[in-house]
Each structure stands twice: as C-alpha cells, then as structure tokens.
Design a protein around this ligand. Sequence first.
Ligand code: NAP
Length: 500
Amino acid sequence: MAGFVPVDPFDIVIFGGTGDLSRRKLLPALYHRDTDQQLPESSRIISVARSTMSDEENVQWVRQCLIDSLGDDCIEPEVWERFAHRLHYLTIDLTGDDGWAQLAEMVNQERDRIQVYYLATSPGFFGPVATRLGTLGVIHDNSRIVLEKPVGTDLESARAINREVGAVFSEQQTYRIDHYLGKETVQNLMALRFANSLFEPLWQRGAIDHVQITVSEKLGVGTRGDFYDRTGALRDMVQNHMLQLLCLVAMEAPTSLDQNEIRDEKIKVLRALRPISGDDVKRKTVRGQYKAGAVDGETVDAYRNEIGNGEPGKESGKDSGTETFVALKVEIDNWRWADTPFYLRTGKRLPTKCSEIVVQLRPVAHSIFAPDAGSLLPNRLVMRLQPNEGVTLSLMTKEPGPGGFKLRSLPLDLTFAEAFQLRYPDAYERLLVEVIRGNPALFMRRDEVEAAWAWTDQIIQGWETQQVKPEPYMAGTWGPTASAMLLDRDGRDWRDPVDD
Ligand code: NAP
C-alpha cells in the first residue's frame, strides 16, 4: 500500500454527526486514518446534531458505531484512546439560534488551523449553514466546506445552493462529494486508461461498439422510503455517480492530474451529452418500480408496500410514481464517441449488488474459422467497482487439444484483492484526506453539478409531460422487459454481471 503521509493539524465539524452517514462512513473512515497514524495528535472531531448528548455519551456512542461498522476487534486500546480524545459533541438545531456561539468559541480556540465543515445533512441545510458560518465570522482561508450528495434536487435548487454557499466559501474551498470518485477502482480507471499505451488507440468509436454501466442493488429502500420516494433512481444515482463514471470513461486525456485539468475534461463530456427530449424520452429511457418477488431465495415486498405500510403481497401500500429502476441510452456528440452509445442502468431489488463498466469492442471484421469452431464473441473489457474489484479482458482463445479448431472466450483476470493482498480503504477515507489536504480534484465543481442537473432535468420533464409511468418489475429480476428491449432494438444485450 502507498505510504501514509500525516496531514496537517485540522478540526472537522460534522453537521448531522449522529446520522447514518456519520455512523457508517465518516467516523469509521476517520478512525482508520487514525489507526494508520495519519491524523495529528491535536486534531478534533466535533459532531453537531439536535439530539442532546454529553461529550462522554458521544464517546460511548461513537465507540459502539465503530464496533457495529468495523467489528468487535476494531478497538485497539492505544488507537481508541487517541481517537476518543478527539471527540466533541454540540447540540445545535440548525434551524434555530442556540448553540452557534459555543461552536464559534470552540473552533476559534484553534482559529488558524485547517477547519473542515462537513454537511452530512439534507441539502436544505447547505445554504443556511454556510450563511450562518459566514455571520459567525469563523471562516478564513484555511476553512473548507463539504457538501454531501445530492446538491439540490434539480438545476434550480442546485444553483440556489451553489449561490448561497458560494457567497461564503470560494469554489476552491467547496468540496461536493460524489463518493464514487474516491473509490480505488474508479481511480484505477484513470491508471488503466492513462498509464497503459495499450488502450488509448482503441478508446474510440472505431474500435468500441458500445459501453454499459450498471450499478445494481439487492436491497430495497429500507428506512429511506420518504427520501427515496421524493427522489427516485435518476436523481439518486444517475445525475451523480453514473454520469461521473461515464465522464471518466469518455473524457479526453487531461494534461495532468491537476484538479482543474480533469474537471475541465469531464465537463466537456457533460456538455456533449445529447439531450433526451421529445420522442426520445420514450425511446431512450426506461423507468421501473419493483413489485414483490424473491431476492436470493428470500421473498421481499413491493416498493409501494415498503414506503406505505401496505399488507405484504397485496400491493396495498402508498400509490407512487417514483422509479426504483432506470435504464438509458446515452449518446455523446463528439468525434470520439459518435455512434457509440453508452447504456446506463441502475436499480433496487435487482438480482445482485454490483457496479461495473463494460467496454465492448467491435466484432472482428471477417472470420477465418469454420462455423463449427464456435461463436466469435467480441472482446469485452470489464471494470468491476464492486464486489471483487478488478478488471477482466475477455479474449477468444483456442481450446487445447487435437480435436479440430475450437474457439472459446476466456477472461484475463486482474482481481485487485489477489494482486495487492490488502484491505481496500473506503472511498471516504481518501476523500476526507483530500479535503484536509486542500485538493478538490476528486470532487465535483459547480459547473459539473449544474451541467449534470441540466441534462437530467430534461428527462424528468419529459417523463412528466409525456406521463411516462414506471413499469413494474419483479424484485430479483433485471428490471422491466423494456430495459432488455432498449438494447435488443440495437442488436445488443446487457452483460449479466453474474456470468464471470
Ligand atoms: P440521517 O441518518 O437522517 O441523519 C441526518 C442527521 O442530521 C442526523 O444527525 C440528525 O440528527 C441531523 N439533523 C436533522 N435535522 C437537524 C436539525 N434541524 N438540526 C441539526 N441536526 C439535524 O441522514 P444520513 O443518511 O446520514 O444522510 C445525510 C445526508 O447525506 C443526506 O443528504 C443523504 O442524502 C446524504 N448521503 C447519505 C449517505 C448514507 O450512506 N447514509 C450516502 C450518501 C449521501 P438529529 O436528529 O439528532 O438532529
């Protein structure tokens, strides 16, 4: 593993410090970085939420969160003592006036050090909290603000947040998280493309037939029903994670890893996305919503029942027009990708949890083999973000033996866990360190977020004006049949991630 260089002394204030994100991701990420001795002795973690808790109760609560997320044996006495010492808690209702003075007093004790304000709250608080921090007078050149996704719910609300936050924090101080960008395998996509000369000549319409990006979940909406029903799969997954992955696959080579070079190339891709509007809305998009079914042999309820307390199996829950599945055919209007579509699909209650990018090359121009040699399958480069992070490249090979010339597709397999034999750090570990270091390259710039919303808003408007309702699909299947038809019409099919 690359060595750990300690970061400069910092304080992090986590708004929403008792929430799910803090519990499962932020606190464990900071604990791991402390375990590797990357955090300076004096750095503090100040959690803020409405719940009333003393510092001591917060310490016990954090300990339990770490055990729940990382397992019983994660508490190494020496590390835990150091970590517990950093923890502070303040009760503040973000909509009220109480408690802010204590926060100001606390951060001003170490006024000149790096101060990270992490908004692990709903986006409705982003603007007001930034404004409040501005009036408290605690912001200086070493302050940074981190905004969790989603930044807004459409272009207009994203612009309003960006304006309000931008009035207090400069763009350089603003870190809009898309945690996919912190995943090791997403970083590796850059290494694969730009640290190997093998791929670049092939990375274009002449050699690539199409690209597929799948992000699937087995879980349903669980306890996030209210949030999800207002959001849907397009806003929750496509506007951010999936468009970011598409950009990294489709962008031109940046001249360096400088923060703006990469983001300049990604924004060019977003601006080149062909709008999906008019008749294309029905031709190039598929919306779905899961019904009851079985995932991994276990019976699961319909979406409507999960969000609205319906009677199991009867679909008597809340009537909802929210999509839990979306598939899209996306075209990029530039020289590199003309006529090479990108197919995107994501959904809940699908057969497996996986995130992968499949780059399918064009078939060979002419076969010299006899028909009984077997089908000549096009080469596929599969980048798996989870599970079993790695890369496979399928190649046609000759089956060994004297019994005629038989062809078979076999994968060249680079599974990172086997190659590197180490724990894969969670994306939040890397992202938090990048924030503290002041490197926004792995975060979304204001223009990127707004360009992504501008493109997705058109689809949402098309669905509304043309009354495109989600089509039902059985939980445990790969979405509505219209999703298979989307590719079938183009003579293609989705790769089944279970077929490795
Ligand atoms: P959550 O579990 O509902 O937590 C919300 C947090 O905000 C709690 O700490 C809550 O604490 C606090 N809060 C709510 N209203 C408040 C108020 N008026 N004043 C002060 N604190 C308040 O939500 P979450 O899942 O952690 O998600 C937080 C944000 O991150 C959301 O925007 C979500 O979309 C995003 N996100 C979450 C995840 C994830 O894995 N959970 C992943 C990506 C993005 P009190 O109730 O004690 O006040």
